[in-house]
Design a protein around this ligand. Structure first.
Ligand code: DTR
Ligand code: CA
Ligand code: ZN
Ligand code: ZN
Length: 446
């Protein structure tokens, strides 16, 4: 069992996150190193790292889009009720998270269309970073990969910004376009209606259209070199090869921005084109088969998604937003101690991840926050306890019939009878065989 590990993140006024590489965190977890946070300095805080985008959250949005299509003639196309219902769903999530949302109307083919624009309050409104995805489907299907995948990833990235209290230097704006399938109508309308001053304030536009194709390729738009590099470096760091997107420029909503001189970039996992054997060698999947056999078809449902590709591209999107908007995360109020080491959970069996708390006098608070990030299929297998320095334990989660994956949440514990400083542990028991996983990270906020 590793010796106590963990690191303290300083309070808001002197926030400076000691960024440990995975290997270092692993060594830390093994008790080989004692983490120390670099003393606060006058330097500007480094750009904060993007959080992981939970695949379960992205999939939940796709399920909603599928439900909406099922209830509205099987599609979410421009001018149909399924499209407006999709807009209302996304807007509701954003309003609840604190965004300033705007519906921009336009008319095409005699029917009203809508762009949904969401601004995250703060940042330099003279330097806007935009991210977008078209929200409409074709009339022949639900459009879950094309383009529920991009819409859901952009939505979850926006919600991650709100959860993190992210305050970047630049102003963040997110957009869900209408009538892309009819010729980039919504995004063209938006760009054409920008004044030259407003257009000059947009530093970049990131586009996500089809990012979960079942026979996925990993394509990066080769438009703006700086944006392209951010994406390619992210994939390279994970050992995932990429290719530049060659299915033809101008085939999605980045085109109007590019024509207006805005730097653009984005990600794509392929549509009707066929995967070559060389591509299958490096990415897996099936050579000789199109990247998405259900492209523009009724079979583009929630079953038409490659979850690994969707997860990777969602995380890459968040990384690009954080990196290109450069800013600092607003740290949580209070003293934070965390352990980011990975701890495999025996199947079945028990594991404990320690956090060493020091420098706090007196007792812990009555609202001690315990943030956990556990990756585990069938989370109903898991029993989770917080163990105080004196060995007393607090039940956070019982086992049960819950087939969902992962436990990514924050518990609040009345730990006022416990001394704050000492070694706290997160104890996780897997009480049923077959499903397995690991503790990704956890943190205490006093
Ligand atoms: N026009 C998109 C699909 C598409 C085809 N080629 C590309 C290249 C880059 C992004 C998207 C696409 C659609 O059908 O929505
Ligand atoms: Ca993820
Ligand atoms: Zn399409
Ligand atoms: Zn599309």
């Amino acid at each position: 069992m590793p010796t106590p590990a963990g690191r303290r993140l300083p309070r808001r006024s002197s926030f400076r996150r000691a960024v440990l590489g995975a290997g270092l965190a692993g060594a830390l977890a093994a008790g080989l190193l004692t983490a120390t946070t670099a003393p606060a300095t006058a330097e500007a805080a480094p750009a904060a790292a993007a959080p992981d985008i939970p695949l379960t959250n992205v999939k939940a949005h796709l399920s909603q889009f599928q439900t909406i299509a099922n209830a509205n003639g099987g599609n979410r196309a421009h001018g149909r009720p399924g499209y407006r219902a999709s807009v209302d769903y996304v807007r509701g999530k954003l309003d609840a998270a604190g965004y300033t949302t705007t519906l921009q109307q336009f008319t095409y083919n005699g029917t009203t269309g809508y762009n949904l624009i969401a601004d995250w309050p703060g940042g330099d409104t003279g330097a806007v970073l935009m991210s977008g995805a078209h929200l409409d489907s074709v009339s022949s299907g639900a459009g879950i990969n094309d383009n529920g995948s991009g819409s859901a990833a952009v939505l979850e990235t926006a919600l991650a910004v709100a959860r993190a209290g992210y305050q970047p230097d630049k102003h963040l704006r997110f957009a869900w376009w209408g009538a892309e399938e009819l010729g980039l109508v919504g995004s063209r309308h938006y760009v054409n209606n920008l004044s030259s001053t407003e257009r000059s304030k947009i530093d970049g536009y990131l586009n996500f259209d089809m990012i979960g194709s079942p026979n996925a390729g990993y394509f990066v738009y080769d438009d703006d070199p700086a944006i392209e590099k951010v994406f390619k470096d992210w994939f390279a760091a994970k050992g995932i090869p990429t290719e530049i997107e060659t299915e033809g420029d101008g085939r999605s909503d980045h085109a109007p921005f590019k024509s207006a001189g805005v730097p653009v970039g984005g990600l794509f996992t392929g549509a009707g084109r066929v995967k070559t054997s060389a591509q299958a060698q490096k990415w897996g999947g099936t050579a000789g088969q199109s990247f998405d056999r259900c492209y523009h078809s009724s079979c583009d449902t929630t079953a038409n998604i490659n979850e690994t590709a969707l997860d990777r591209n969602s995380d890459a999107a968040a990384h690009a937003v954080w990196t290109l908007s450069s800013g600092t995360t607003t740290p949580p109020d209070g003293d934070v101690f965390e352990n980011t080491g990975d701890y495999q959970i025996p199947d079945p069996g028990t594991v404990e991840s320690p956090v060493s708390v020091s420098g706090l006098s007196g007792n812990a608070p009555g609202d001690l926050e315990v943030g956990v990030d556990i990756k585990h299929t069938y989370r109903g297998d898991l029993v989770i306890d917080l163990v105080a320095p004196d060995g007393s334990s607090y039940r956070l989660k019982n086992s049960g019939w819950d087939s969902g994956d992962d436990v990514i949440t924050t518990y609040t514990v009345n730990a006022s009878s416990e001394t704050a400083s000492g070694t706290w542990k997160l104890r996780v028991q897997d009480v049923y065989r077959t499903d397995s996983g690991y503790i990704d990270s956890w943190r205490l906020t006093f």
